[in-house]
Design a binder for this molecule. Structure first.
Ligand code: ADP
Ligand code: MG
Length: 430
């Protein structure tokens, strides 16, 4: 059994890069936790600190409730699998899997039994006599996992183990990995930048951006009630439509969400109306996933937005129409760097910060302050605005073409609301 806890963990590299900023996270015994975020957001750094390959700049890591600051990597009962794992080329599959058992002095009898169990669980039983060069990419990855799991670690760390494989194989191995770790009951932290992978595999997902933990929850929770704009923008396909809206309150009647020339009305009895009423006269971000939007008749009553099809995308099982409704979209940039969404950017500012710290007599190793949040709606350098193209699902190959007018019914209960800082407005009701 194994639990992991990160308490206010920060990692600053010697060149001043803040890779991880004040992360707090609890991983439960037997849980499959996926760490998700764009490239460079600090995922690998977190795994490497847990494995003991890097030290945190500040904060504490606990394994099974005990701080591990002074526990060397080999004593942490952790197995790790990387994207660019290497098998021993001169050894057979069986030899590769056996190797860690030999090292830790397990007797030949039990060794053979454990190799057999692991190989059977991974479906590579008939490959034990082959050399790595005689295997496909997927088979090699299974062997790497077998070699890691055969020691029966308390904790399994996987860093983008499927990234080098083609998409069909990735989907197949996803199910195998979760099946295997659940069967063995081993606590697993799995890193990926692929949101679909995270949502299909995880018990819980922890979403990172620029070194900052944005949200933690079950796939249903983080998809259904994303805590921040970045989580909303990162999860789901097609992307959530994020529109700038001006808020006007008609007390006891409704809250108007003005989207360009069109408006939606949130009835006053909707509990979210009170929270949004605080933004009277201001702008917020309204998020609507494609599943909240349905094509309706042009004269349909209720909450309807009207526009013209700008372009269509055909995906076989469905087609997407991108609709110009005369509203403004908020484009959340994808960079994982802190500078992109959180702290003052650039080396110059960092150096000034360092100088100030020295002047103030603070240690160079002191953790930097929590990053400031920047304005989503009025900081053109960081997030940009452009005419919205609202994604709507249609039946496959519909009999419409660009320029065609379309009316879409909006499920008001499925909308998401974010403030100027990118925080969910009705957060806390999960
Ligand atoms: N050894 C290192 N020295 C300096 N910077 C590093 C080092 N390793 C990673 N970084 C930087 O730390 C940040 C986080 O990196 P990483 O944890 O590898 O991100 P991810 O795994 O999410 O792609 C990135 O900006 C990366 O360039
Ligand atoms: Mg990485």
């Amino acid at each position: 059994m194994s639990t992991v806890a990160l308490k206010d963990v920060t990692k600053v590299w010697p060149d001043g890069t803040v890779a991880v900023s004040h992360v707090g996270l609890d991983v439960r015994d037997g849980e499959f936790l996926v760490l998700l975020g764009p490239s460079g957001c600090g995922k690998s750094t977190i795994l490497r600190m847990i494995a003991g390959l890097e030290d945190p700049t500040s904060g504490t890591i606990l394994l099974n409730g005990e701080p591990v600051t002074d526990v060397p990597p080999r004593d942490r009962q952790i197995a790790m699998v990387f994207q660019d794992f290497a098998l021993y080329p001169h050894m057979t599959v069986g030899g590769n899997i056996e190797f860690p058992l030999k090292l830790s002095g397990v007797d030949p009898g039990p060794r053979a039994e454990r190799i057999g169990d692991v190989a059977a669980a991974l479906g590579i039983g008939e490959l034990l006599g082959r050399k790595p060069t005689q295997l496909s990419g997927g088979q090699r990855q299974r062997v790497a996992m077998g070699r890691a799991i055969v020691r029966r670690p308390g904790l399994f760390l996987m860093d983008e183990p499927l990234s080098n494989l083609d998409s069909g194989l990735r989907a197949e191995l996803r199910a195998e990995i979760t099946g295997m770790t659940r069967e063995l009951g081993v606590t697993t932290m799995y890193v990926t930048h692929d949101q679909a992978e995270a949502l299909t595999m995880a018990d819980r997902v922890a979403i990172m951006r620029g070194g900052v933990l944005q949200d933690v929850g079950t796939p249903t929770e983080v998809y259904g009630r994303p805590a921040t704009l970045h989580v909303a923008a990162f999860l789901g396909s097609p992307r959530m439509n994020l529109l700038e809206a001006s808020v006007y309150v008609h007390l006891d009647r409704y809250v108007v969400l003005q989207l360009g020339e069109q408006a939606l009305h949130l009835p006053w009895h909707d509990i979210r109306a009170r929270a949004i009423a605080h933004y009277h006269g201001e702008r917020i971000v309204v998020g609507m996933r494609a599943e909240a939007l349905t094509p309706v008749a042009p004269d349909a009553p209720g909450d309807v937005l009207r526009g013209r099809i700008r372009y269509l995308e055909h995906h076989g099982h469905e087609s997407l129409a991108f609709l110009d409704i005369g509203a403004t979209a908020i484009v959340v940039d994808e960079l994982g760097k802190l500078a992109a969404g959180a702290v003052p950017a650039g080396g110059a500012l960092r150096r000034v910060g360092g100088a100030l710290q020295r002047l103030a007599g603070r240690s160079e190793r002191a953790a930097p302050e929590r990053p400031e949040k920047v304005s989503v709606l009025s900081d053109p350098g960081r997030h940009h605005r452009r005419p919205a193209e609202v994604a709507v699902r249609l039946a496959p190959y519909p009999a419409v073409s660009p320029g065609h007018p379309l009316a879409i019914g909006v499920r008001m209960d499925a909308l998401h609301f974010f403030d100027d800082r990118g925080d969910r407005i009705d957060v806390g009701w999960r």
